[in-house]
Design a protein. Structure first.
Length: 239
């Protein structure tokens, strides 16, 4: 018997309201979980609340452009799928999409709806994480962490949650300290945190999880000399 595909979460970043609605409805009709937004700023708010497997990004966006957004997503979420879908058709644009934006796929509009579905399914087979019943579960909406190895449900701060989300989705669950500072910062320069402030966030979070873990359980977070931090337990992200 063929196993059904797991539910794939797609974030559609498109500023054209009509196209955003049409593409979103088409993908939902083919079994994808779709959240559609019109800007990079709106996407930043979305991914603190909803786990995303694949990002579909238009290049012409208000505020931060799609190329910059794709580059940032590739750095902070290296295992995510990124599909650029744009009206820019030149070879230099395509090269920039792959080289600078880190896209897995670059599609030029108009895109055949059924082709988009097949490409997303193909990407989904690569990026969809394998679930582990013994893993911890991080509720993005409730900002809680729970699991069989924890004696109690942990309530997280917003920055603790953002840090765990970034590490849970990173390659080898490891990220550079500078990237984690960006992840945990706000939208303005005044809200940017220092590496010292990051160290304090990690220390508090590490202590919070350690106090709730069973004795002998592997520490959840460890420092990686010359790099940053690594998440040492599997965390599944749930809405």
């Amino acid at each position: 018997m063929v196993q059904p595909m797991p539910l794939i979460s797609v974030a559609l970043v498109e500023d054209d309201e009509l196209l955003r609605a049409e593409v979103g409805d088409h993908l939902r009709g083919h079994g994808f979980l779709v959240n559609a937004v019109n800007s990079a700023r709106a996407l930043d708010d979305l991914i603190t609340q909803t786990p995303v497997d694949i990002f579909v990004v238009d290049l012409n966006l208000p505020g931060e452009d799609g190329l910059s957004l794709s580059n940032r997503l590739r750095r902070t979420l290296p295992d995510a799928g990124i599909l650029i879908m744009t009206a820019k058709v030149t070879l230099s644009d395509r090269i920039a999409g792959y080289d600078v934006g880190g896209a897995d796929v670059y599609l030029t509009k108009p895109v055949a709806p059924d082709e988009l579905v097949m490409i997303l399914r193909s990407l989904g087979r690569r990026v969809k994480p394998v679930r582990d019943d013994q893993a911890l579960s991080l509720s993005l909406r409730q900002r809680t962490l729970q699991g069989a190895s924890l004696a109690s449900v942990l309530r997280l701060t917003m920055r603790e949650k953002m840090l765990l989300v970034a590490l849970a989705q990173a390659q080898d669950n490891t990220l550079d300290s500078a990237i984690l500072c960006d992840v945990c910062s706000g939208h303005t320069e005044e809200e940017t945190i220092s590496k010292h402030a990051l160290e304090e966030i990690v220390a508090r979070l590490r202590k919070k999880i350690r106090n709730a873990q069973s004795e002998g359980t592997e520490p959840a977070l460890k420092s990686v000399w010359g790099v940053g931090y690594q998440l040492c337990v599997q965390i599944n992200l749930v809405p």
